[in-house]
Design a protein around this ligand. Structure first.
Ligand code: BES
Ligand code: ZN
Length: 407
């Protein structure tokens, strides 16, 4: 009998401990508000930062929050669950690049000042028009066929290797082209294609190659990760860059400045890949001096009236103005400006490291694709085509070719 009491006591202590176990969730501000309203519950907010907050919840709340987000709101931005406040705090801080920004050097500022000459060149237009929707579409389809491109999963590694193979293939006729896998402290590598120019000054065109399912990450899938086709976020950006590479490589132009095309690993977990790379490439003993960085992240969802939106925070105004003029001259679509509100993609890693960055985006922030970070981020959300992304490939080509007219 005594034994049974003991056992019951043990079980109830265990049950109470379990009930009282706290979880610390990092969740987007807007999602948190909606969830609390829907559940008619109030969660203690421990910290606000970078468009996200740390909320303290009971373990039993985690599932209901997940369900509300998944089934009711069906919107982007999941949450990340941690056992301790310290881990959650670290995660939310890592969402931003370090507070101190390296100012642009005088040399880079002068470079920006002489960019816009407003002339239009016929030969640039004819190369720009070589970019084709079908190529972008096929690359999006291929990349979104992986279970995910999660930074710690095998399929995330496979996808990165596929991109490296594809970039090698489309530059195989150029001796000045070299593709490398850039290793980090986690499984997935970044991919870098260098096209050597006449100078050690260089430009970067990049986008992240990873994807994430924000709802199931760390909850039930461990390092495998949930299903995350990431067709828009960010197979579209990588496919856009791939088409820029193909057309530029085929033009046989030897660039004045060296061009680095980059597919960054692990953006979705705090811009990790681009932070590593930006730090590496801006070291004082680096072989190349990066003058600008252009980011393509989400290019294929036509959510607004205008076609291209230039993100105006964590970017260079001069570079944005130049891109606006390039769109007018060579892409000939309507464009606007919008803000992210926080360091939302890899452009911020460069900009914070002192490299003027720009980030042309698919829609006004408020009209962006709401399916990102879910298993429904598929090409069908863009009617199965990549015509929206084609505008961005044209812009990227115009950018390389027009810059090539300047020293
Ligand atoms: N593609 C998004 C960034 C984005 C979202 C840009 C919405 C513009 C509008 C990117 O992959 C992403 O999800 N970023 C994270 C932040 C990062 C620091 C983990 C985000 O926005 O939550
Ligand atoms: Zn994302």
């Amino acid at each position: 009998m005594k034994r049974i009491y003991l056992l019951l006591a043990f079980i109830s202590v265990f049950a109470i401990a379990k009930i009282e176990k706290k979880n610390f969730l990092v969740i987007q501000d807007s999602v948190s508000e909606l969830v609390q309203k829907k559940l008619q519950k109030h969660f203690i907010v421990q910290e606000f930062k970078n468009g996200h907050q740390v909320i303290e919840v009971n373990e039993s709340n985690v599932l209901e929050i997940s369900e509300v987000i998944h089934h009711t709101f069906h919107k982007c931005g999941g949450f990340y669950s941690f056992d301790s406040r310290t881990e959650a705090s670290k995660y939310i801080s890592d969402l931003s690049v370090p507070g101190k920004r390296v100012p642009y050097s005088e040399k880079r500022k002068n470079f920006l000042k002489q960019l816009d000459q407003k002339s239009k060149f016929k030969e640039i237009q004819s190369i720009v028009d070589e970019a084709k929707e079908i190529n972008i579409r096929e690359m999006i389809e291929k990349l979104s066929s992986y279970h995910n491109r999660f930074y710690q999963s095998q399929t995330g590694v496979d996808a990165a290797k596929f991109i490296a193979k594809k970039w090698k293939e489309i530059t195989k006729n150029r001796e000045d082209a070299e593709v490398t896998l850039y290793d980090h402290s986690w499984k997935q590598p970044s991919v870098i294609l260098k096209i050597e120019g006449k100078s050690k000054e260089a430009i970067v065109i990049g986008g992240h190659l990873d994807s994430i399912n924000g709802f199931t990450y760390q909850m039930s899938f461990g390092t495998k990760g949930g299903h995350a086709p990431g067709a828009d976020d960010n197979a579209s950006g990588i496919a856009t860059i791939t088409e820029i590479i193909r057309v530029f490589a085929d033009s046989n132009i030897i660039p004045e400045k060296t061009i680095f095309f980059m597919g960054y690993a692990a953006e979705e977990v705090g811009l990790k890949g681009s932070k590593d790379i930006a730090a590496d490439f801006t070291k004082s003993n680096s072989d190349y001096e990066i003058m600008t960085a252009l980011q393509f992240d989400m290019t294929n969802f036509n959510g607004s009236d205008k076609k291209i939106f230039l993100i105006d925070d964590n970017t260079s105004k001069d570079l944005n103005d130049y891109l606006g003029s390039l769109i007018d001259r060579y892409v000939d679509v309507e464009w606007g400006r919008t803000s992210c509100g926080y360091a939302c993609s890899d452009h911020a890693s460069w900009n914070n490291a002192g490299v003027p960055a720009a980030f042309p985006f698919e829609a006004a922030k408020s009209k962006m694709n709401k399916h990102i970070h879910t298993s429904e981020d598929v090409l069908a959300q863009s009617n199965g085509v990549a015509d929206h992304a084609l505008n961005f490939a044209k812009l990227g080509l115009a950018y390389i070719l027009d810059l090539n007219k300047k020293q």
